[in-house]
Design a binder for this molecule. Structure first.
Ligand code: UDP
Ligand code: MG
Length: 151
């Protein structure tokens, strides 16, 4: 089953939006398979955002991600990578649709409260960077047969 890496950034944690964000993924029908709260080091943040290292905002972004607690998660489900990005909304909250997490809950691009993997390769790499294999919990959710219609 497909998996994605989702993180609530320090602004989302400080603003008390953890449960709001969790519930949007949970109610949709995605399955939480790993979760922890951590303060990443700046070096770790640079690894996470390595593909953006040439961008002018890279240093500020990594400084911000490592400035406080982050809720790191792995969510599982059919189409979760692409649909997770849909739930999150456009990078710039000014351009995110209402109804999306950033559209409803954030105002500026530098404080857009949440991260989500942008494709299958980054999902794999980010899950591996943030979690040990044994931190991913394998279980059958009671709702699966109702969500997917298979027995
Ligand atoms: N970012 C920023 N300024 C920009 C573009 C991006 O501060 O002009 C930050 C923003 O927090 C964004 C993160 O860098 O979430 C990573 O950028 P990316 O393009 O990967 O956006 P995302 O995948 O998070 O939507
Ligand atoms: Mg990205």
């Amino acid at each position: 089953m497909e998996r994605t890496f989702i993180a609530i950034k320090p602004d989302g944690v400080q603003r008390g939006l953890i449960s709001e964000i969790l519930s949007r993924f949970e109610r949709k029908g995605f399955k939480l398979v790993a979760i922890k709260i951590v303060v990443p080091s700046k070096d770790f943040a640079q690894k996470h955002y390595h593909d953006l290292k040439e961008r002018p905002f890279f240093n500020g972004l990594c400084g911000f991600l490592s400035s406080g607690p982050v809720v790191a998660m792995v969510w599982e489900g059919e189409g979760v990578i692409k649909y997770g990005r849909k739930l999150i909304g456009a990078t710039d909250p000014q351009k995110s649709e209402p109804g999306t997490i950033r559209g409803d809950l954030a105002v500026v691009v530098g404080r857009n409260i949440i991260h989500g993997s942008d494709g299958p390769e980054t999902a794999k790499d980010e899950i591996k960077l943030w979690f040990k294999p044994e931190e991913l919990v394998k279980y059958t959710s009671n709702t699966e047969k109702w969500l997917y219609g298979v027995n």
